[in-house]
Ligand binder design. Structure first.
Ligand SMILES: Cc1cc2nc3c(=O)[nH]c(=O)nc-3n(C[C@H](O)[C@H](O)[C@H](O)COP(=O)(O)OP(=O)(O)OC[C@H]3O[C@@H](n4cnc5c(N)ncnc54)[C@H](O)[C@@H]3O)c2cc1C
Length: 469
């Protein structure tokens, strides 16, 4: 039996374990796999908490169905029938601007009618096809890209809120190439975004005409998908589907290269050995583990900052909220000066998240643009959130249910230079055979990205076992 150790039982570590077992079995290689997890539970950022009839997500709400990776994992685990697609009404998204919740336009006519962007701002956006592409192809910030191609108003009201919604990030520091690689490619390939959209739409029409099956995305970014009992069903099912063990309450505190593998020291002082190690731990943890044998790798890992975030769950009796909750929720441009980044109308997205006659709202506070929010007391967080909900949604009532979750390090920030640093990390790892990395610090933060990177890590591990066996 070949010993494999995985550090971290978030979705990245668990999906890697699953991929290794599956691919090793296909290759006829017997493996003995152990996942070491610091916390007393598995799941990492995934944690679905049921209390007083409310189902609150500590971290992610779900994954998008426009990429196949997580859906395929669910299929292999036999839990596809447990999936829950978000409500059709939740396709409507809003941006809070100028004292109003403005519906995010989804097509040309809606865009022209929308009051979200001023006429000069709309005109500037319409100039996008006439802006030349960046010829050096260099990495730039999301803000530089948006200002250059779409204009400053689109940056403030569209791109900025989107970046805070996905990454809790600051567009002035985040890398276009690493955060939205497809958009970078579209500019390079087609010379602009509107040109790319038109050409791709034409291509699709032609393919349809030729009788080809064309994937029809239900909305630009797919449909948010979770499980009846919350997204934790995904990690629970992955743990149950493993033949190997998941050891919780077992932090890895030291990693040492041996002549024929690796030695891991655990928090209780015990030592274990493995032929191959995959780290699916956050970059700031891995940097400490490699410090003893590769200072350069440590420095590269240390260069990935994490944004902190508070997640605030408020439950109300439905009748206490006068406005409709017909939509996904809203994001807030930084210029509005609000204490929260936005609010998801969780029980509109997935109807079973609140008791009958009640609703669940989940607001986000902090991120890279307001990192000090993590230091506020619970009372301050609650009061500031209530003040914003009164101003934005007209909710005067005290919430009947309050839960505040803290993420000191919520989401890794792919700042400019991330791709180059990642190249550096991967080339340092060549010098440490048998040590691989995966996880949201490297190859994308969405659950689909994590599962995709886990599949690739699994593939690399099994190929290596085949070569060295
Ligand atoms: C509030 C929030 C909302 C989000 N919403 C969405 C969403 O709706 N959709 C989406 O696709 N993505 C979302 N994301 C992003 C997504 O949840 C994460 O990128 C993903 O879950 C990260 O998984 P991971 O396994 O790479 O890392 P983690 O989940 O962070 O797992 C790393 C694991 O390593 C463990 N560990 C740390 N140190 C050690 C050690 N020394 N020894 C052993 N184990 C250790 C940790 O305890 C943890 O369990 C959200 C994230 C947050 C924070």
């Amino acid at each position: 039996m070949r010993e494999i150790a995985i550090i971290g039982a978030g979705i990245s570590g668990l999906a890697t374990a699953h991929a290794i077992e599956r691919l090793a079995e296909d290759a006829g290689i017997a493996v003995n796999l152990t996942v070491y997890e610091r916390e007393e539970r598995s799941g990492g950022k995934i944690w679905s908490i049921k209390e007083d009839g409310y189902l609150c997500e500590w971290g992610p709400n779900g994954f998008l169905d426009n990429k196949p990776m997580t859906l395929e994992l669910c299929g292999r685990l036999g839990v596809r029938d447990r999936l829950e697609r978000s409500n059709d009404n939740a396709r409507k998204r809003f941006i809070y601007s100028g004292g109003l919740l403005n519906r995010l336009p989804e097509n040309g006519p809606m865009f022209l009618q929308s009051k979200l962007i001023s006429w000069p701002g709309k005109f500037r956006l319409a100039m996008e096809p006439f802006i030349g592409k960046r010829i050096d192809g260099a990495d730039e910030t999301l803000a530089e890209f948006a200002r250059r191609r779409l204009g400053p108003e689109a940056l403030d009201k569209l791109i900025g809120p989107m970046v805070s919604g996905i990454f809790a990030g600051d567009p002035e520091t985040m890398s276009l190439k690493s955060c939205f690689p497809r958009i970078h490619e579209l500019e390079q390939e087609y010379g602009g975004l509107i040109r790319a959209m038109l050409k791709l739409a034409k291509q699709k029409r032609a393919e349809r005409k030729a009788g080809k099956q064309v994937a029809s995305a239900a909305g630009p970014g797919g449909v948010l998908t979770s499980f009846v009992s919350g997204i934790q069903e995904l990690t629970n099912a992955t743990v149950s589907g493993l033949r190997g063990q998941v050891k919780t309450g077992a932090a890895v505190t030291e990693l040492k290269p041996l002549s024929d593998g690796w030695q891991l020291t655990l928090a209780d002082g015990s030592k274990v050995e493995a032929e191959l190690v995959v780290s699916a731990a956050p970059a700031h943890i891995l940097k400490e583990l490699v410090a003893g044998f590769d200072g350069e790798l440590r420095e590269l890992l240390a260069a990935t900052p994490y944004a902190p975030m508070n997640v605030i769950c408020f439950g109300y009796e439905r009748q206490k909220i006068a406005r409709d909750l017909d939509g996904f929720g809203y994001l807030i441009p930084k210029k509005e000066g609000c204490a929260i980044l936005g609010t998801l109308w969780d029980s509109s997205i997935f109807p079973q998240r609140a008791p009958q006659g009640h609703v669940l709202l989940r607001s986000m506070m902090g991120g890279a643009t307001n990192p000090k929010a993590i230091d506020l007391s619970d009372a301050e967080v609650k009061q500031k959130t209530m003040d914003e909900l009164r101003k934005i949604m007209g909710i005067a009532a005290e919430p009947d249910f309050v839960r505040i979750f803290r993420h000191q390090r919520a989401i890794p920030q792919y700042t400019v230079g991330h791709a180059k640093r990642l190249e550096g990390i991967l080339s340092r790892l060549v010098g440490h055979p048998g040590l691989l990395v995966t996880g949201n610090a490297f190859f994308g933060v969405g659950l689909n990205d994590c599962v995709n990177a886990a599949n690739q890590a699994g593939d690399q591990v099994v190929k290596r076992l085949g070569v060295t066996g």
